[in-house]
Design a protein around this ligand. Structure first.
Ligand code: HEM
Length: 335
């Protein structure tokens, strides 16, 4: 047995969890139906996609041997697909405060996948958001917040006070509204925020933009982020560095509490690969068709090989929620 402390991570699963998480998936499906207002269902969360496009993942040639796990043992370019999104389950102007999402699907990854019925698929997903932690805390608080928010802005504050108490509500809103809104979705880092297995290790992953050039102005209008991404990709490649922070111990890098920041001091990020979104014109009919194809796809952290199994309470809650949303909206099958 390994004595490396980085392999000594453990999950702690409460007995009542499966019943609670099944209920949360039902709650989210009800919100999904409500937001659709009789139209075809979209995603329960991250409804608004900005663009979807091809990407190429290239593992660092000198990656340390111990990190050559699954697709990170592959040399040379690996095909991938990405989708940029806003986090809310309803369509909003891009100027509205929100977390942003980045979904990545890597192709041709061998190995049995975790979701029943998709075991033999050859894709592997990783999902990222613009905050390094899942700042709302537990899955319980997250679903409570979403249900309160879905009833509309009027009287939202009293509803949150009732659910969380005054002090916690103010802390929560400060974290949510205090996140600066990016000028471009190509110039900000993205984080898995919650951990995944990384072979014998556990890790949080991050995507950091390489030599980002900020736009002169904040994108304005309803779909400013989409327009900015399209213009940027018409000009040239967009490049991210994919990095991992490894678990070191339960205090500094807890597995179960995704609201705790794994600091760079506790676990310095290690570069794994480069993710390049090659120059493309998404304003052409072919480009629009590509975006539409990605929009219809599903991205799910549990669509993974065992080597990258999602870890901790927030991740386990997602096991129930994504499948329910994906089936309800009739996403396209795995490529
Ligand atoms: C670390 C925490 C989380 C991250 C990084 C994250 C990230 C994302 C991203 C990037 C998407 C968009 C996927 C796409 O483009 O297709 C998404 C969708 C979604 N998320 Fe999360 N999420 C988190 C937590 C949660 C939790 C706790 C729940 C529910 C309990 C949840 C439920 C969903 C659902 C239902 C969808 C829509 C799935 C679909 O229909 O394709 N997420 N999430």
């Amino acid at each position: 047995m390994s004595t490396d402390p980085r392999t000594q991570w453990r999950e702690t699963v409460p007995d009542d969890e499966a019943a609670r998480f099944t209920r949360y998936a039902d709650d989210l499906r009800a919100l999904q139906k409500g937001f659709a207002k009789g139209e075809p269902l979209g995603r329960a969360l991250h409804l608004k996609g900005h663009v979807g496009c091809e990407a190429v993942l290239t593992v660092r040639p000198d990656l340390p041997e111990e990190l050559k796990v699954s697709l990170f043992a592959t040399q040379g370019p690996q095909r991938a697909m990405v989708r940029f999104s806003n986090a809310m389950g309803r369509r909003q102007k891009d100027g509205a405060p929100d977390v942003r999402g980045f979904a990545l699907k890597v192709y041709d990854v061998p190995g049995r996948k975790l979701i029943e019925g998709l075991e033999h698929c050859t894709t592997q997903d990783f999902l990222f958001i613009t905050t390094p932690t899942f700042s709302i805390g537990s899955p319980d608080d997250f679903v409570t917040f979403l249900k309160a928010e879905a009833k509309g802005q009027a009287l939202l504050l009293p509803r949150l006070f009732m659910a969380f108490g005054v002090g916690r509500t103010l802390g929560l809103l400060k974290r949510l509204l205090g996140t600066p809104q990016p000028r471009s979705l190509a110039t900000v880092p993205y984080y898995t925020a919650a951990p995944v297995r990384f072979g014998p290790f556990a890790a949080k992953l991050q995507l950091v933009p390489v030599r980002p050039v900020e736009p002169a102005e904040k994108p304005i209008g309803v779909d400013g982020y989409r327009d900015e991404l399209i213009a940027r990709l018409q000009q040239g490649d967009v490049v991210f560095s994919l990095r991992a922070q490894l678990y070191v111990d339960d205090t500094r890098t807890p597995i179960e509490d995704a609201s705790v920041l794994w600091t760079d001091e506790a676990s310095p990020p290690i570069e794994l690969a480069t993710l390049t979104l090659p120059r493309v014109d998404l304003a052409t009919p072919e480009g629009r068709e590509l975006c539409a194809r990605v929009e219809a796809m599903s991205f799910d952290p549990w669509h993974a090989v065992e080597e990258f199994r999602p870890l901790g309470a927030v991740m386990r809650a997602r096991k129930y929620a994504y499948g329910a949303s994906v089936i309800a909206r009739g996403a396209s099958p795995e490529p």
